[in-house]
Design a protein around this ligand. Structure first.
Ligand code: XIL
Length: 364
């Protein structure tokens, strides 16, 4: 039994607590770190009680061989929603022109269905994890339009009508940092910003029941990029292009969570779109310390509480729930520990921060 489970059990039966050293002899460095202590029926259960549709997580195919990991997913108590971290991206689904592979996407989707969870499908058009042929074939505007439409018709069409389907991230990360101008990539360079309406229109046709999102980072707080995204929403709406939601990725840094989340979320809600926190993690420069973990608890509280304060915010997705499978260490050198559970699946103080926010409590 893990120490955190021993504590919970002891609390539940009113027993006296074993000391951590006696329960699990762990290396000195990690035993000095605080863990989460909340005893709850599940994060998703709390999120739904708070009026949200879900609390969820990203997952990825290689992790699904880890049965301890999947045992946490199999009960939808914590995670009522899943986003495939990689297996629905263009390089995974259409690696060669008009050759579609759904094996990995189906593996995650089948898990979602058997667990009775909600699927956020991610993503259809993005400049990264794009197979070379899309750029190398030098399509003209007509040709690239057909390529986008064919990709979306097949991929969104494949998952159409699944009861688990909630939303597609149709366009991912279309805006530059800083001024929020359109990102230069094969889509923008060939079609201008019309590629966004082409993609959204094709997605609505392929799956009329899925919510259609644009997803991006550094739009979580007020500023030029958020304003640019709001202007994009307005122009799509003015043109009659379907747009249902905006995804706030929320890859944050401990101690640097923006202070204008609520104000900014409300500005999006005022446009009549829903929003979601789609890829939440809050990384730190390693090594972990008790102080960093305490700040991270506060930061997770702040983000979850912001979603709770805005009814248009439909749900919160962590970009995987355990440090064991977080993308952060391999992407941001020297950083990590960005999720609410540690490498050994033990709840961190951040878990308590999420719980307090979902319960509508003040931060303790
Ligand atoms: C990341 C995955 O988690 C990694 O496994 C992969 O190597 C790179 O992409 N924004 C997004 C996600 O929209 O698709 C990215 O996912 C993280 C940043």
């Amino acid at each position: 039994m893990k120490f955190s489970q021993a504590v919970k059990l002891a609390v539940l039966v009113g027993a006296s607590l074993p000391t951590q050293a006696a329960a699990v002899p762990t290396p000195a460095a990690s035993s000095a770190l605080p863990t989460g202590t909340s005893v709850v029926s599940g994060l998703n259960v709390l999120a739904k009680a708070a009026g949200k549709l879900y609390f969820g997580s990203a997952t990825d195919n290689p992790e699904l061989t880890d049965t301890t990991y999947t045992s946490y997913l199999d009960s939808s108590a914590h995670f009522g929603q899943i986003t495939p971290g990689n297996s629905l991206k263009w390089d995974a689904t259409e690696p060669e022109p008009n050759t579609f592979t759904f094996t990995e996407g189906d593996q995650v989707t089948d898990l979602v269905k058997s667990n009775g969870q909600i699927l956020r499908a991610h993503n259809l058009v993005w400049h990264e994890q794009l197979p070379d042929w899309v750029t190398a074939n030098n399509y003209n505007a007509t040709g690239l339009t057909a390529v986008i439409q064919n990709h979306i018709a097949n991929v969104a069409g494949h998952y159409k009508g699944q009861p688990c389907m909630y939303a597609w991230d149709v366009v991912n990360e279309p805006l530059n940092d800083g001024d929020g101008s359109f990102r230069s990539d094969v889509f923008y360079d060939t079609l201008g910003s019309s590629y966004i309406s082409i993609a959204l229109t094709a997605a609505r046709e392929a799956d009329p029941n899925a919510k259609l999102y644009i997803n991006d980072y550094n739009i979580e707080s007020t500023g030029a990029k958020a304003t640019a995204m709001q202007n994009l929403v307005k122009s799509l709406q003015a043109d009659g292009v379907p747009i249902d939601g905006i995804g706030m990725e929320s890859h944050f840094i401990v101690g640097e969570v923006p202070t204008t989340l609520v104000e900014n979320f409300q500005a999006f809600a005022a446009l009549g779109v829903e929003i979601a926190i789609t890829e939440l993690d809050i990384r730190m420069t390693l090594p972990e310390t008790a102080a960093l973990l305490e700040q991270q608890k506060q930061d997770f509280y702040t983000v979850v509480d912001a979603c709770l304060q805005v009814s248009a915010c439909k749900g919160i997705t962590v970009w995987d729930w355990t440090d064991k499978y977080s993308w952060v260490p391999s992407t941001f050198s020297g950083q990590g520990a960005a999720t609410p559970f540690d490498d050994n699946f033990v709840e961190k103080p951040a878990f308590d921060g999420i719980v307090e926010a979902l319960k509508g409590q003040s931060f303790s």
